[in-house]
Structure formats: structure tokens, C-alpha cells
Design a protein around this ligand. Structure first.
Ligand code: ATP
Ligand SMILES: Nc1ccn([C@@H]2O[C@H](COP(=O)(O)O)[C@@H](O)[C@H]2O)c(=O)n1
Length: 220
């Protein structure tokens, strides 16, 4: 099977940035599974579905048409034909997504879609359960971590235009999301036993990408 790189880890550890860089370096496709859960959450909010009500979310799970592009240079995400790459990054969606992604019916639909896109491989897929559930036989698994403090500082810089997103607020929202994602019943965030753990706290993005590319080349 062509290479599948499974990249998992808590929020804001650099999964998306590193996955895109690795995919570009190795000529692979790229799949942001978090964007798919965010797209589902955006649709639920837009359609007035109470996201904390798992039964209400499950009842609408098949309604949105979610399309993910896999070019690492210009990744795309659309819902019912509408580009939602901007709105899915809002703090409203970010703070609601863990409730939606904990619903088993949502996960079943997303995992089926993700496996369809991953197909025969040649891809870097990132999320929370790629190495444990979506592609448990992936040839290379990476579990990316970084200290809470560094992650919050990096993310707060991304959100500099939002006056409510101080480092302290971002840190507490990230911690809440990680707690919900790693304690839910349905495929919680956890490190696969055979994953290589990389702590990016003291590493530049280029150093993280180089480390993963090196691991991939060692497989050949
Ligand atoms: N090693 C690094 N050094 C410095 N900044 C980094 C590093 N890795 C990522 N970043 C920055 O940290 C921020 C978060 O990175 P990114 O969005 O890739 O994380 P993520 O794990 O995909 O987050 P989320 O799970 O919330 O989607 C971005 O601004 C990114 O540029
Ligand atoms: N495989 C995955 C990927 C993501 N999630 C959920 O989506 C949220 C957003 O993910 P980001 O990577 O864009 O931050 C995340 O907090 C999880 O709730 C997931 O469950 N499984």
C-alpha cells in the first residue's frame, strides 16, 4: 500500500502545519480531518441544531454534503458547495466542535468519508484518531505534542485580530477541548502504541517537518 502518514495529537501542537509541510516535501496528498468535524459543527450551528444535544445532532448527521480537497498547498473544505474554510476557524465553532465530534453517528460518517478519501494511500492524514481508528495499519504514525503554554502563545498569535483571544483565554479553551476530546467514549484522543512521539515545544516547524520526513525515508 502507498504510504499513509497518520498524524495525531492535542489541539494546537502543529499537526496541520507539519502535515502540510511533510506532504509537500514527499509529494503526498493531505487530509485535515479536524476541518471535517468543524464543517459538520458549522452546519449544525447554522441550522439551529443544539450542539450539546447528541440525539438532535445524530438526527441531522447525514444532511450536510462535506467535501475536502487534498492539495497540501491549497487545502479546501466546503459544505453544500459553500467554501467554509474561514468560518470553521471561528471561536464559536472551535468551542462547539468537541460536543459534535463526540457523537458516535458523527464519527461513523466522518470515518467512512475519511477512509474513502484516503483510499489507496499516498497521503498525510491528521486528526485525533487517525493512527488508532481511521488507519490503524498506517506505515508511519506520529503523535505530536507541545507544552500547553507554547501552544497557547502560538495560537493566540493566529487570533491576534480577536480581542477576546488572550493567551490565557486560548490556553483555557484549548485545555477544555483536549479534556473533552480525550475523555469522550467514542474513539477518544490517545497515542497509538506504535506512534513516534515528537515534542515540538523547543523545535521550529522546519525541524518538526525534517524529523517526520526522515522517519518516512527510513521506511523505504
Ligand atoms: N514548531 C513550531 N514552532 C512554532 N510555531 C509553530 C510550530 N508548529 C506550529 N506552529 C504554529 O502554531 C499554530 C498552531 O499550529 P497548527 O494549526 O498547525 O496546529 P494544529 O495541531 O493543527 O491545531 P488544531 O488542532 O487546533 O487544528 C500555528 O500558528 C502554527 O504556525
Ligand atoms: N480525527 C479527528 C479530528 C478532529 N476531531 C475533532 O475536531 C476538533 C477540531 O479539530 P482541529 O484539529 O481542527 O483542531 C477536535 O477538537 C476534535 O473534537 C476529532 O474528534 N477527530
Amino acid at each position: 500500500m502507498p504510504l499513509v502518514i497518520a498524524m495525531d495529537g492535542p489541539s494546537g501542537t502543529g499537526k496541520s502545519s507539519a502535515s502540510k509541510g511533510v506532504a509537500r516535501a514527499l509529494g503526498l496528498r493531505y487530509l485535515d480531518t479536524g476541518a471535517m468535524y468543524r464543517a459538520m459543527t458549522w452546519w449544525m450551528l447554522r441550522n439551529g441544531v443544539p450542539v450539546e444535544d447528541a440525539a438532535a445532532v445524530a438526527a441531522r448527521v447525514d444532511d450536510p454534503v462535506i467535501e475536502s480537497g487534498t492539495d497540501p498547498v491549497t487545502p479546501t473544505i466546503a459544505v453544500d458547495g459553500e467554501d467554509v474554510s474561514g468560518p470553521i476557524r471561528s471561536r464559536e465553532v472551535t468551542n462547539a466542535v468537541s460536543a459534535v465530534s463526540a457523537v458516535p453517528e458523527v464519527r461513523a460518517r466522518m470515518v467512512a468519508l475519511q477512509r474513502e478519501i484516503i483510499g489507496d494511500g499516498g497521503i498525510v492524514a491528521e486528526g485525533r484518531d487517525i493512527g488508532t481508528v481511521v488507519v490503524p495499519d498506517a506505515r508511519l504514525k506520529v503523535y505530536l505534542t507541545a507544552s500547553e503554554e507554547v501552544r497557547a502563545a502560538r495560537r493566540a498569535r493566529d487570533l491576534a485580530a480577536d480581542p477576546g483571544a488572550s493567551v490565557a483565554v486560548v490556553r483555557s479553551e484549548q485545555a477544555r477541548r483536549d479534556r473533552l476530546d480525550s475523555t469522550r467514549k467514542a474513539s477518544p484522543l490517545t497515542r497509538a502504541d506504535d506512534a513516534h512521539e515528537i515534542d515540538s515545544t523547543e523545535l521550529t516547524l522546519d525541524e518538526v517537518i525534517e524529523a517526520i520526513v526522515r522517519l518516512a525515508k527510513e521506511l523505504q
